[in-house]
Design a protein. Structure first.
Length: 624
């Protein structure tokens, strides 16, 4: 059975989703033929394929995949028809109690307990249906393909644990994932992409290249940047800081926590309370409640409703920047005010959703907030979009699409004056049109305080990543009663623009590791050159060369190990060092270096001065 969807959502299911939904049923049929005691919960199509959650004595491992796939191929060849049948609630319950729902035949000693629970969750008056293919019948709303013969280009991918409806108290289930495509060629292309993704996995490369570390003693989703990773991060920060200086930004620094009332005013606390770390109570509040032997619920409720004061690990930088703007008397002549910060924020993500650097609980945004007059919005938006384009072009990420996120007028989370929303959305549309690339509009994708322009980048293996974002906000200036004195000598509200070209430095770096397969362009590489003396006889000359390169601003190291030069070259290539300079008798005598590149053949001998000039230019120009 699919996870519950509306009739409209089911009607809009794509042909590929229908196919994958049907493949989930074929997989369930195969499992039951091999292990008849299996109890099935639900099996929806998902973006990457499909899965089924089930309970049985046998623990499935990847060693079982071949056997299950072989049975699935048999079922496909049988070309079973997917037949739909509408049931009364009584019929559905009777079939579940007999073990027929989610089974191959009646098994009164093994009733379908998950199906009984799911039937109870279907609202009174809503149609209940099942689908049958061959001997397998399951509670299901559909839709499906016509026959199982279409379910032949299938591959089982992985198995994991899960909980029924995400509830740990309901007991642990097994979850078997698979994928399917309309043709063998499409399936094979997908599997090749997956293998390529494994090669590029930033978690593996990050460990191999000593870029970052995640330690349980520190906490899940909290990144420890190692020296080499910190060099990459610093290079990114230096790059964008230089661009910010050109556009007249002012850098600021704000604390990692703030009072709850600050986030109550902004709306972040009520709107995103579930995705934030719990509030931090003041010490005197804790002492008072301890003396009263009060419960944890009393503290939590008191912090939530404002009875007690407390603090939060900041989930956003915006309120802090707003307070900096509000700290001075402002005239229209002072605007725009552009405040930028590499600000670290904290979000509570479920442990099962964390993933290396790309989904974390603490991350640093290249954040900025611009406060401007309504007449300045268009120019400031174009400046923000130009900055995002500069970032993506410099890094070779030119395959992207633009998405304008608008409000859903029927959704209560979008607050503020509808007329101001119309103005903000119009400004985003007009700015997006200046990019010269097609853009889509998506209702419901705005932030709660304003519409946004997102850049969705396709990486070298075809995966989409939402990176840079620019947002127009009339709401927060109103909530915080921000003012400036206009040319008419009366007070006005500024408009606020939020923007972050990288988004999160952690996520962006994880993406770059995968995009470049750890082979960062020279300007971004943590180690740009490694000097390799052939033997200890040339160590002194190698040390002098290393110093010369460092003084020219090149990140360089010296391999003074006793390894043979071939091993030194191999090690440098494994560590993705862009350039290796081999130094022997001939090179020392002639004042040259033998240059090797990690991806190209021997580049031959070059005078030391010439090589230094070339690499300094390559770094300065941020060549790819």
């Amino acid at each position: 059975m699919s996870e519950r969807k509306t009739l409209e959502e089911r009607a809009q299911m794509t042909d590929l989703e229908r196919l994958r939904h049907s493949c989930a049923h074929v997989m369930a049929t195969a499992i039951l033929r091999i292990w008849p005691d299996a109890q099935f919960a639900y099996g929806p199509p998902i973006e990457s394929g499909f899965y089924y959650d089930f309970e049985m004595k046998h623990r499935i491992t990847p060693d079982d995949f071949e056997k299950i796939e072989a049975e699935m191929k048999k079922i496909s060849k049988e070309n079973q028809k997917f037949e739909r049948r509408v049931l009364t609630r009584e019929e559905a319950k009777a079939m579940a109690e007999s073990g027929r729902l989610g089974g191959l035949s009646e098994r009164p000693d093994n009733p379908s307990r998950f199906k009984l629970d799911l039937i109870d969750k279907i609202p009174e008056g809503e149609e209940i249906s099942c689908f049958q293919n061959g001997e397998f019948i399951d509670l299901c709303a559909g839709p499906h393909v016509g026959y199982s013969g279409k379910c032949k280009n299938v591959k089982l991918m992985s198995v994991s644990s899960s909980f029924y409806l995400g509830d740990e108290s309901k007991g642990q289930l097994q979850r078997l994932y698979g994928t399917a495509f309309e043709s063998k060629e499409l399936l094979e292309e997908h599997l090749v992409r997956l293998e390529e993704a494994k090669k590029r996995d930033h978690r593996r490369l990050g460990k191999e290249l000593q870029l970052f570390h995640i330690d349980e003693a520190v906490g899940q989703g909290l990144i420890l940047w190692k020296p080499k990773g910190a060099l990459v991060r610093r290079a990114l920060q230096d790059f964008i800081t230089a661009e910010l200086d050109k556009q007249g930004y002012s850098q600021v620094f704000t604390p990692h926590i703030g009072k709850l009332d600050l986030y109550r005013t902004s709306g972040h606390f009520p709107y995103y309370q579930e995705s934030q770390y719990p509030a931090i109570a003041e010490r005197d509040v804790l002492e008072k409640l301890a003396d009263e032997d009060a419960s944890c619920a009393t503290l939590i409720n008191g912090l939530s409703d404002g009875t007690y004061e407390g603090y939060m690990l900041k989930p956003m930088n915006c309120p802090h920047h707003i307070k900096i703007f509000a700290s001075e008397h402002r005239s229209y002549r002072d605007l725009p005010v552009r405040l930028a910060e590499f600000g670290t924020v904290y979000r509570w993500e479920q442990s099962g959703e964390l993933g290396g650097m790309t989904r974390v609980r603490g991350f640093t945004q290249d954040d900025a907030h611009l406060f401007c007059t309504p007449d300045q919005i268009a120019k400031e938006l174009i400046g923000c979009l130009s900055l995002v384009k500069t970032v993506l072009t410099t890094l070779g990420m030119t395959d992207y699409r633009v998405r304008v996120g608008l409000r859903d007028p029927d959704d209560s989370k979008f607050t503020g004056d509808p007329e101001k929303w119309d103005l903000a959305e119009a400004a985003c549309r007009e700015a997006a049109a200046t990019l010269g690339v097609p853009f889509t509009e998506e209702a419901g994708e705005a932030a709660f305080y304003g519409p946004k322009i997102d850049f969705v980048v396709k990486d070298v293996i075809g995966r989409d990543w939402q990176l840079g974002t620019v947002q127009v906000d009339y709401v927060l200036p109103e909530r915080f009663k921000l003012e400036y004195v206009g040319a008419d000598n009366t007070t006005h509200r500024p408009v606020m623009i939020h923007r972050a070209p990288f988004g999160s430095l952690e996520r962006f770096t994880g993406l770059l590791i995968e995009h470049f397969e750890g082979k960062f362009p020279t300007w971004l590489a943590p180690e740009q050159v490694r000097v390799l003396p052939i033997s200890d006889k040339f160590l002194e000359a190698a040390e002098a060369l290393t110093t010369q390169l460092a003084e020219a601003g090149v990140r360089v190291s010296l391999d003074d190990s006793s390894d043979k030069v071939g091993a030194k070259i191999r090690n440098a290539r494994l560590e993705r060092v862009p350039y290796m300079l081999v130094l022997g008798a001939k090179e020392v005598e002639e004042g040259t270096v033998s240059v090797r590149h990690r991806d190209r053949d021997d580049l031959g001998a070059k005078p030391v001065g010439e090589f230094i000039t070339e690499i300094v230019a390559e770094i300065k120009e941020r060549k790819l």
